[in-house]
Design a protein around this ligand. Structure first.
Ligand SMILES: [Zn+2]
Length: 247
């Protein structure tokens, strides 16, 4: 689990590159990371996940500009997610699939929070990856994976038509991606969790007066959280739910 967590720290560091560069259409593979303030390239010893952020007291070594909390947060969350995936799935291909899905969800969450978009460059390959992963692992039968794309995407398609633009096409593609990975039953559970979490927060913000009725709240982070909860608990909860009805 510790090794999985350390791997998560390293992948989280790469996810920060994705989160910073993908929406700006910059290459993920080069040039090496530089301070956005002064352009000084960042030495390897100042680029160690979480540790460097603390050692530098969240300031660039060259110009003193403050470093975003995004960097250590994404690294720490990815480390925890990878450790949890190891704990839940153990060594094997299920762990690999879980870490791919969790990495995509973490990148999508940060990008949606910062830019209010969910990039097709993650969700569309994600749909294919979900089907391929299930063909390889047999964790979700292939038909349930394909139905998951229809259900996860279709739900949002209906919401977009009904609400006249309250929800974006990015949410629909993320729903389809979750369906491909989790299958149609668990994706229904994931969307339900997302609606409860998102609705709860929206009501809280409205009640506290922090947000008005018309201020948009990105739904991607809630859907990503619902997807992660579905990954870890979905099968068990769906089985429990169905058994309660004698199916
Ligand atoms: Zn700087």
């Amino acid at each position: 689990m510790i090794v999985a967590g350390l791997l998560g720290l390293a992948i989280g560091s790469f996810l920060n590159v994705v989160i910073t560069r993908l929406p700006a259409h910059r290459s993920l593979w080069g040039p090496r990371s530089a301070c956005p303030g002064c352009g000084a390239s960042i030495a390897w010893h100042d680029n160690i996940p979480v540790v460097s952020f603390l050692a530098l007291r969240r300031r660039c070594r060259a110009c003193g500009m403050s470093i975003s909390w995004q960097y250590p947060l994404v690294e720490a969350v990815t480390a925890l997610a990878f450790a949890a995936a190891w704990w839940a799935f153990g060594p094997g291909i299920d762990f690999l699939v879980a870490t791919i899905l969790l990495s995509a969800l973490i990148a999508i969450t940060a990008i949606d929070l910062r830019h209010q978009i969910i990039p097709d460059l993650i969700t569309l390959p994600g749909v294919v990856a979900g089907v391929v992963a299930n063909l390889a692992t047999q964790r979700v039968p292939w038909l349930e994976s394909l139905l998951g794309i229809a259900v996860g995407g279709g739900l949002f398609f209906v919401i977009i038509l009904a609400s006249g633009g309250g929800m974006g096409g990015g949410d629909m593609k993320l729903g389809a991606m979750l369906g491909a990975f989790l299958g149609w039953k668990v994706v229904l559970f994931s969307v339900f969790v997302a609606v409860v979490l998102g609705g709860g927060l929206a009501l809280g913000l409205l009640a506290s007066g922090k947000r008005g009725r018309t201020d948009p709240i990105p739904f991607g982070p809630f859907l990503a959280a619902g997807g992660a909860i579905g990954l870890f608990l979905g099968e068990r909860i769906v089985t429990w739910y169905l058994s309660g009805f004698g199916v």
